[in-house]
Ligand binder design. Structure first.
Ligand SMILES: [Zn+2]
Ligand SMILES: [Zn+2]
Length: 576
């Protein structure tokens, strides 16, 4: 069974969690967490590298010791150390740590003081009012814990939804494999994957192929398949090792476009289209568009839309959020594309918590064809990330000047990701900000302020005339941390008044703003910066996820700051 990068990351993270609870050496714990992050963000399959006997120490940040452990995980799916820790403590502790507000430190207290080893035991103790008596807890924390346990149950009901990036790691190799099979003429991944939703449930793959094409046999025989749920001539369902269900459908070429439209969804979009068809006395389904018994379209999506009187609609828009009306009125947006992006406005380097050097990041940005790259390391308040103080920032500025003198075709922008303090003030003085091309700011702590206070805090930060962009505006981490309480509408309006801009953070764990918020930003008249928050060379490629989300948010090139040349962009960065 092949092991995915995300599996390896998870083993490292779990190990770090358990070591943390055991109270082990923090450096050892951090080494495991770093390894998890490095492997999790690689674009190449590590299992594949192991299979080809490649040297894993060539991966940035991976030494001999970690390389050996990675090989062990690829071979066995786990680490002997982790298995031993689970036996020693409890296999259920990691579920406890996933409860928001309960890190390893608090779980350690629960474990040490009350012997709590599972979510059920915790709920019981909290219901009995015992948790509030523990050091560092209290009645408020206890009730928050109960509330969060309730929420876990709710979200679990919806079933497993994978982050888009994780789904991509499964889908891309699978599609590559299926494409090579003789007889396969067309192949598409439909569903929310094609609509670039931030998470996906089941995956639907459509194939058109000649008779006697062995695509079904090859599909159920694919190495990543753990279980075959059903196997037929036109449809098979399997479950992959990471729990995702994949359906493959073989459809006739004459129906391919109709099937693609149907299985791409969303359901709401399909219903809207069907209503229009009915008004025209047409029937529409996954086989085609019919007038009476006669099929009048079905070969391509474009043909199908045309018969109901519409232009082709981009999959990312198909949510029944006004796209059908816009199509009827010929005012569909011309969505931003990856090729439109001319630079990245938020990246980190080894000057703070990035894993790649300034020079390497610059070279990588050049290879992506970018015209500019903003070097926005953390500021001093974020001590865990070795944030820059005034002195180191001015050293970095000198280094950027030096590199700009020799880099051809790429301009490094002097920037910083300022930390917004609880009061809304920023953690570097104005006089240093004056020397920068771009100032971005974010909330990295105190996520639990009241809605009013959080909103005020952010608006106060934007009051500073040196600030240009407010980053990852809701602080959410998909499937992990809900957005903090904030009046985003007020923040957006305040940004507009001040000539500030908002970021759409393209990191697949964040995608913050979300699609609906992007659309709202556009309506308010804001420009959005799609930026990766890259901490390594590979992360620069996260741009595609940000562009996908921006497209779902109806953004056109003119709505996006980093589709502009540096000269134009400089104009947009002038505050009112
Ligand atoms: Zn940040
Ligand atoms: Zn950042």
């Amino acid at each position: 069974m092949p092991v995915h990068n995300s599996d390896i990351s998870e083993v490292f993270n779990r190990t770090a969690d358990y070591l943390d609870i055991k109270g082990e050496n923090p450096f050892r714990i951090r080494a495991y967490r770093n390894a998890a992050r490095i492997i999790g963000s690689l674009s190449r399959s590590v299992a594949d590298m192991v299979a080809h006997e490649e040297d894993l120490t060539k991966i940035q940040g991976i030494g001999q010791d970690l390389a050996g452990k990675i090989k062990e995980i690829v071979k066995t799916g786990t680490l002997p150390l982790l298995e031993q820790l689970k036996r020693e403590l409890s296999p259920e502790l990691s579920a406890l740590m996933e409860i928001p507000g309960l890190g390893p430190k608090r779980v350690k207290v629960l474990y040490d003081e009350m012997g709590i080893r599972s979510v059920d035991e915790l709920r019981q103790a909290a219901e009995e009012g015992k948790v509030r008596t523990l050091p560092g807890f209290g009645a408020k924390t206890e009730s928050v814990i109960l509330e969060e346990i309730g929420k876990i149950k709710e979200t679990k009901k919806g079933g497993l939804r994978l982050k888009l990036a994780v789904a991509e790691q499964v889908v891309e190799p699978l599609v590559g494999y299926l494409k090579k099979i003789a007889g396969v003429k067309e192949i598409d991944v439909a569903g929310s994957y094609r609509r670039r939703r931030e998470t996906v449930g089941d995956l639907d793959i459509l194939v058109a192929c000649g008779q006697s094409c062995p695509v079904m046999d090859k599909f159920v025989g694919y190495e990543d398949v753990e279980k075959t749920l059903s196997r037929g001539k036109t449809r098979s369902s399997v479950v992959f090792r990471n729990g995702i269900q994949v359906d493959l459908r073989v459809v006739p070429e004459a129906s391919y476009g109709a099937a693609l439209l149907y299985f791409t969804g969303s359901k709401a979009h399909n219903i809207a289209i069907r209503k229009i068809a009915q008004k025209k006395k047409l029937k529409i389904n996954e086989y085609g568009v019919f007038r009476g018994e006669k099929r009048i379209a079905g070969r391509t999506e474009k043909d199908v839309y045309k018969q109901v009187g519409l232009p082709w609609i981009e999959p990312e828009l198909r949510e029944d959020r006004g796209e059908v009306e816009a199509a009827q009125e010929k005012r569909l947006p011309r969505l931003v594309r990856l090729e439109d992006i001319r630079g990245d406005l938020h990246v980190h380097t080894t000057w703070s918590d990035g894993r790649s050097s300034l020079e390497d990041m610059a070279e990588a940005a050049k290879r992506l064809g970018y015209e500019y790259l903003a070097v926005s390391d953390h500021s001093k308040h974020v001590t865990v990330a070795h944030g820059l103080d005034e002195k180191r920032l001015s050293q970095q500025i000198k280094e950027i000047d030096r590199l700009n003198g020799k880099l051809k075709g790429l301009r490094l922008l002097k920037s910083i990701e300022l930390d917004i303090l609880e009061s809304g003030s920023l953690d570097l003085p104005d006089r240093v900000l004056e020397d920068l091309d771009l100032v971005i700011c974010s909330v990295h702590s105190k996520f639990n302020l009241s809605r009013e206070k959080q909103t005020e805090r952010i608006i106060r930060a934007m009051d500073n005339p040196h600030v240009h962009i407010f980053c990852h505006p809701t602080g959410r981490l998909i499937n992990e941390r809900r957005p903090y309480e904030v009046d985003l509408e007020r923040v957006m309006n305040a940004a507009k008044e001040r000539g500030c801009h908002l970021e759409l953070n393209a990191h697949p764990d964040r995608l913050d703003l979300d699609d609906v918020e992007c659309k709202r930003a556009k309506e308010i008249g804001l420009k959005v910066a799609i930026a990766t928050d890259a901490h390594s060379l590979d992360d620069l490629r996260f741009m595609r996820f940000g562009v996908g989300q921006a497209r779902r948010g109806w953004l056109e090139p003119e709505d996006v700051l980093n589709t502009k040349s540096w000269e134009e962009l400089e104009g947009f960065l002038k505050r009112y």
